[in-house]
Ligand binder design. Structure first.
Ligand SMILES: O=C(O)CCC(=O)C(=O)O
Length: 262
């Protein structure tokens, strides 16, 4: 997709994210903005998650359905990819300035390709976990589908808490890492724990509406939910235009979104 330059996206909007947070993104791999979305909005997203959960539980096997990809096995929901296919009500959150402003400051551009609109449910007892990884592994870094056009990762992942994230329900753990390190090959190493210091991992505890912003080079993972309540998060991810040439699953995935001036 070609870069467009409509007048509405020429002007820089007022900045929301502090220099310290932007520095943290590159020096530590992530930062969190508290209370970015309010309870009413989180309730709306939560109801959309509930509707998709009902569908997921009827499907029982992994498949694309109604424009979303449901990664499920029986009652275990690993993830729902491009949720907005089956739930277009979620599209507006992926183009919300509260997500796009910080992303714009990080990538220094006002338009992005939205590759991810994904739900992780982590329901009690489902044992869903995410092994230590860097998101660049999933974006296709190093193969023909990815070009690091800004030389700094060209991608920002955002993760919004829908439920409270506590120590016992499988919080995302980030290992503070300077993103200059780049891809470290966790997926190719027989013992990935030799590649970083697990003792430095920081659990990110969140309230509904808090949002974490993190780099494709950030080292992170999460353990299963050991509580009796769901730990659901809503993930939206944005690539620098021209970086990605892979078609992701889901109807409308990879759409171009714009940060409009105020
Ligand atoms: O939902 C989680 O616990 C993991 C999220 C994650 O690893 C990611 O978004 O890359």
């Amino acid at each position: 997709m070609e870069l467009q330059n409509p007048e509405s996206i020429n002007k820089r909007p007022s900045l929301l994210t502090t220099n310290e947070q932007i520095n943290n993104f590159y020096d530590q791999g992530y930062f969190v903005i508290k209370n970015l979305f309010n309870r009413k909005e989180i309730q709306e997203i939560s109801l959309a998650f509930d509707r998709l959960q009902e569908i997921a539980l009827t499907l029982k096997t992994t498949q694309e359905f109604m424009g979303s990809q449901f990664v499920v096995e029986g009652t275990r929901i690993d993830r729902i990819v491009w949720m907005a296919g089956a739930e277009p009500s979620l599209l507006k959150f992926g183009e919300d300035a509260r997500l796009l402003k910080p992303v714009s400051q990080i990538l220094d551009i006002n338009q992005f390709d939205q590759l991810i609109c994904q739900g992780h449910y982590k329901l009690p007892g489902d044992k869903v976990k995410f092994d230590w990884h860097q998101d660049c592994q999933h974006r296709g870094y190093g193969d023909v589908h990815w070009k690091d056009v800004d030389g700094k990762g060209s991608y920002v992942q955002t993760l919004m808490a829908i439920d409270e994230v506590t120590l016992d329900n499988g919080p995302v753990m980030f290992v503070p890492t300077n993103t200059k390190l780049g891809y470290i090959g966790l997926d190719k190493h027989p013992n990935p724990l030799e590649l970083f210091d697990i003792n430095k991992a920081e659990p990110v505890l969140m309230q509904p509406g808090d949002v974490a912003f993190f780099s494709p080079y950030s080292i992170h993972g999460s353990a299963p939910n050991n509580s009796n309540k769901p730990r659901r998060v809503f993930i939206n991810g944005f690539a620098y235009p021209g970086a990605n040439s892979k078609q992701y699953p889901g109807y409308g995935s990879g759409r171009r979104v714009y940060l409009k001036s105020e």
